[in-house]
Design a protein around this ligand. Structure first.
Ligand SMILES: [Zn+2]
Length: 343
């Protein structure tokens, strides 16, 4: 399996994340990728290439132009305004306020385009986000050209990013862009399977009204887990998209028996629907020792999950999402890839 990866991910490394009322070193940090790369090499998975230049057309096809322009210019505007630190949202349009009037002040704009203030923007965030989506795009092109699968080692991740909001460490929804590219490269029905511990709220929102992209997510129940305000089982799609959104929220302490039963159900639904291509949002934070999650998967379980997903035999782009038990991220990620290939 070819791996697509850009060193430019390192351009995004905020100094701090707001967590538990303190500023801490962000859980989503560059070393996550280094652990995955090291493990790939240990396992002789060394077919690693850099992405082609980003193609903004499929990005613009999905995302709000004002949001993209905000991401591109936010750092310069922030600094021009005299802000000393990194960009952190301190205000958001809450209940009863205007959701459709965008402030001109950068502090106001930041809150408008942000849904979770743990995520900071730095000088290199835009360039890193572009390199991340470029990796997903290159992986999709490889698969569209005939490869059975490809792994985009995306960083920053993408599945929490909506058409016009960043948060949850995500800025551009890489998996969604890959799915959109499958549509334009000839697949009539594309499924996105999201096995990250956290609900893929961004991906859900991007395709909620559409009948051509199915979204299935296994995640911590929103009552207990970020992103808290989306991800319930009764969110099944809207209008033409009714029936193509599948949420599997699961409680604290969920083990592999329960989790894999949900996975099997999602796989069966995707198959029955007739998906012609698959995008896998691969987070490995369902791992038992993940510091910000609460499922109980062990490293071997990721191999088995990869095998079940690989048995679908669909052309597949795998996009890296979360996983924060730093030293296990490499093992668990590569276990999924090896299980997938061995299926
Ligand atoms: Zn996650």
């Amino acid at each position: 399996m070819r791996v697509v990866y850009s060193e430019d991910h390192r351009l995004h490394f905020p100094q701090a994340e707001l967590s538990g009322g303190q500023f801490v070193t962000p859980f989503e940090r560059p070393s996550r990728v280094e652990y995955v790369l090291n493990r790939l090499k240990e396992r002789q998975l060394t077919d690693i290439i850099a992405p082609d230049a980003v193609d903004m057309e499929p990005v613009r096809a999905l995302l709000d132009p004002g949001y993209l322009s905000f991401l591109e210019t936010a750092w310069d505007e922030w600094k021009k305004e005299g802000m000393a630190g990194e960009i952190i949202a301190a205000n958001v349009p809450a209940r009863g306020m205007h959701l459709d009037r965008i402030p001109t002040n950068i502090d106001g704009k930041v809150g408008y385009y942000c849904h979770a203030s743990e995520t900071a923007i730095t000088r290199g965030t835009w360039a890193a986000a572009l390199s991340s989506v470029a990796s997903a795009q290159t992986a999709q092109r490889l698969v569209a050209a005939g490869a059975d699968s490809a792994f985009a080692l995306c960083r920053p991740p993408g599945h929490h990013a909506t058409a016009d909001q960043y948060g949850g460490y995500c800025f551009i929804n890489n998996a969604a862009v890959a799915a959109q590219m499958f549509r334009t490269s000839g697949a009539d029905r594309v499924a996105i399977l999201d096995i990250d511990f956290h609900h893929g709220n961004g991906t859900q929102s991007l395709f909620y009204d559409r009948s051509d992209v199915m979204f299935a997510s296994l995640h911590g129940a929103p009552q207990e887990a970020y992103p808290y305000y989306l991800g319930y089982a009764d969110e099944t799609g809207r209008g033409a998209g009714e029936g193509t959104n599948l949420n599997y929220p699961m409680p604290f302490g969920t083990d592999y028996a329960t989790w894999s039963a949900a996975l099997d159900d999602a796989i069966a639904r995707i198959r029955a629907w007739g998906a012609e291509a698959l995008v896998l949002s691969l987070g490995v934070d369902a791992y038992k020792d993940d510091p910000i999650s609460f499922f109980r998967l062990d490293s071997d379980d990721f191999t088995d999950a990869g095998r079940r997903i690989g048995a679908m035999k669909l052309p597949t782009v795998i996009c890296m999402e979360g996983g924060y038990a730093i030293e296990a991220v490499g093992i668990n990620t590569v276990n999924v890839l090896e299980g997938f290939k061995g299926a």
